[in-house]
Design a binder for this molecule. Structure first.
Ligand code: ATP
Ligand code: MG
Length: 586
């Protein structure tokens, strides 16, 4: 019996009210038992003793049935009804009316109902309890002969014992409640820790996955770029290489989206404001989208209001990401017609403006009823219709969250079957209020891919450190046209041997390598006694970029950060900044 009670009180599945019932019932049974004994000792009337005895037996029976047959809810209702309609009135009339212990029992019943029942039964029994009290008191007052009066001594003893019992019950109940509260608190804080740990694990997983995927994409895109550059390659080879480039970039965008999404979820996406020019930002984007739009036979137009200030301060990378996402969607979800982007600004005072970007298309449109979930992660509309269109449904969720992080706003206006306009408003600081003027960004966009190296530097010496041979080959091939002299090392130790004997102009260093990683290797190079490269610029070239990693690299003392997969363009651009001027023939 005690074992079963303990089981029930510790059962996490059992709700608080049922547990209170079990506890209260046990105490009430003990109370009834004591009442029975004290009644006999005090020499109460036979009727009073008998009624307490019958109550004790009945209550015990119902309680045993409840805990062994799992009928706690039914028993709760039954016992409450029994208390209110049988026990209390009979006790009132047989045990001294208002002068005995019954008033305390009535108060106790109210507590019992509140603690064990909920919803309608609770209201019902509370009202019943009140009505029974009124009726008992009224009858007792108007017909005193119906009450078996207590002697003065009996009245004092009865109310004393009742107070004692109810006092014990309340103490037990409140202590138990405090215990449950403490346990619940512990459970919540443990759960919180678990969730945090899970979150960290998920983020670790995403970043390591993104790193693992980026590494092979680096080889694919890098070597593919080398193929695209070859003048003697046939058109077919170039077409195929173009397709590989498209697919590789898509895969990369997907990995980036997943990584960004997990970063935003973990609250680790930082907005980094920098100075930027809208025309520069836009011509790059237009270049990219124009090609896609042309392939689908769409008319693409872009327009920047001449009154927009020429230099702004904001997170250029994230703004680019927002615009590209919206334009990609516009092209993706439009079969024929036009895709258009308009940018204008509204002054908001104090060197600040609202940049208003609207992207519109004449595509399939979005149904009104799905607009509320449009910005939810993984939400894709019209699945049946869009079955053939690739996507994960992360794009707009990221756009929305980035906009929110920049204190901006995004609105959508769409007519199903006719087209959609997304309008993003982003507060930006003005760095140079001079107006951008009339520019035609469409002219900036070049059409064909003609590679020409930015510089040649046959006298420059570069060391590339990476544990993956393929990555070394990619860098070597991408830089072939620049004629720089390239040495390679496939571990930190090997690199240190080389820096001891030769002075390089620039070192490109991978981050994650077995044994000695890039950061340790950089430290050794800087402090190498007798080393020839203690002050040479070292650029980290890694798939492990973004978020706190960039901070890590800056703190470690790298001169620049380059992300894998690296394009020939950014590789050359960066080297051009670090190779000594006198070694460069432009
Ligand atoms: P991805 O994550 O690769 O961008 P996606 O394009 O499916 O995948 P979102 O960019 O988040 O995901 O867009 C969510 C959904 O909203 C899309 O699946 C599409 O149904 C709808 N949608 C977004 N932009 C447009 C648009 N310009 N016209 C019509 N429907 C759109
Ligand atoms: Mg999208």
């Amino acid at each position: 019996m005690i074992k079963r009670l303990r089981e029930l009180l510790n059962d996490p599945e059992l709700d608080y009210q049922s547990k209170s019932f079990v506890l209260l019932s046990v105490i009430a049974l003990i109370g009834l038992f004591l009442a029975m004994i004290s009644g006999i000792i005090l020499g109460q009337s036979f009727a009073a003793n008998l009624s307490v005895f019958v109550e004790f037996v009945l209550f015990s029976a119902i309680f045993l049935w409840a805990i062994y047959r799992n009928a706690i809810r039914k028993a709760m209702l039954l016992i409450t009804a029994f208390l209110i309609f049988v026990f209390l009135p009979s006790a009132f009339f047989t045990s001294g009316g208002a002068a005995g212990g019954t008033p305390v029992w009535f108060a106790f019943t109210t507590l019992y109902v509140v603690m064990t029942l909920s919803g309608r039964p609770k209201k019902f029994f509370l009202i019943c309890n009140l009505i029974v009290v009124i009726i008992c008191w009224w009858i007792g007052y108007t017909h005193p002969e119906t009450i078996t009066e207590f002697t003065r001594k009996e009245a004092f003893f009865d109310s004393f014992f009742t107070l004692l019992i109810v006092g014990v019950v309340m103490t037990a109940l409140l202590s138990y409640q405090a215990l449950l509260f403490r346990r619940e608190n512990e459970r919540v804080s443990n759960q919180k820790k678990e969730i945090e740990e899970l979150n960290r694990a998920q983020n670790r997983f995403f970043s390591s996955m993104s790193h693992e995927i980026r590494t092979p994409i680096n080889s694919i895109l890098g070597l593919n770029e080398v193929i695209l550059r070859q003048d003697d390659a046939s058109d077919e080879i170039k077409n195929d290489a173009g397709a590989i480039q498209g697919a590789g970039k898509m895969l990369l965008a997907l990995v980036n989206d997943i990584l960004d999404f997990s970063r935003i979820e973990a609250g680790r996406m930082d907005i980094v404001p920098v100075q930027y020019r809208l025309d520069g930002l836009m011509s790059e984007i237009v270049n990219m989208i124009l090609l896609q739009a042309k392939e689908k036979g769409l008319t693409f137009s872009a327009h920047i209001d001449p009154d927009v200030p020429s230099v702004l301060i904001g997170d250029e990378i994230r703004i680019r990401q927002i615009i590209i996402n919206l334009l990609n969607n516009a092209v993706k979800y439009t079969e024929s017609g036009t895709v258009n982007i308009e940018i204008r600004s509204v002054e908001t005072g104090d060197d600040r403006i609202n940049l208003i970007i609207s992207v519109s298309d004449t595509g399939i449109g979005i149904r009104e009823e799905v607009l509320p979930i449009l910005f939810d992660a993984f939400a894709r509309m019209d699945r049946e219709k869009n079955r053939k269109i690739e996507g994960t449904g992360l794009g707009l969720s990221i756009v929305k969250q980035l906009t929110d992080l920049m204190d901006g706003d995004i609105k959508v206006d769409s007519t199903y079957g006719q087209g959609t306009t997304f309008t993003v408003t982003l507060p930006q600081e003005v760095s140079d209020p001079k107006k951008i003027g009339n520019i035609n960004i469409m002219d900036h966009a070049s059409r064909n891919y003609i590679y020409e190296s930015m510089f040649t530097a046959p006298e420059a010496d570069i060391l590339v450190v990476d544990d993956i041979k393929m990555n070394l080959m990619v860098v070597k091939k991408l830089l072939r046209e620049t004629k720089v002299r390239i040495d390679t090392a496939s571990s930190g130790h090997e690199a240190l041997d080389m820096t001891l004997n030769k002075r390089y102009d620039v070192i490109l260093m991978d981050h994650l390598m077995p044994e000695m990683d890039g950061i340790e290797c950089l430290e050794c190079i800087r402090n190498q006694s007798g080393g020839m490269c203690t002050d040479v610029p070292v650029i980290v070239l890694t798939a492990n970029v973004g978020g706190e990693n960039n901070e890590l690299y800056k703190e470690a003392g790298f001169d620049e950060i380059l992300a894998k997969p690296v394009s020939g363009n950014s590789l050359e651009e960066t080297l051009l900044r670090f190779i000594p001027r006198d070694k460069i023939d432009e």
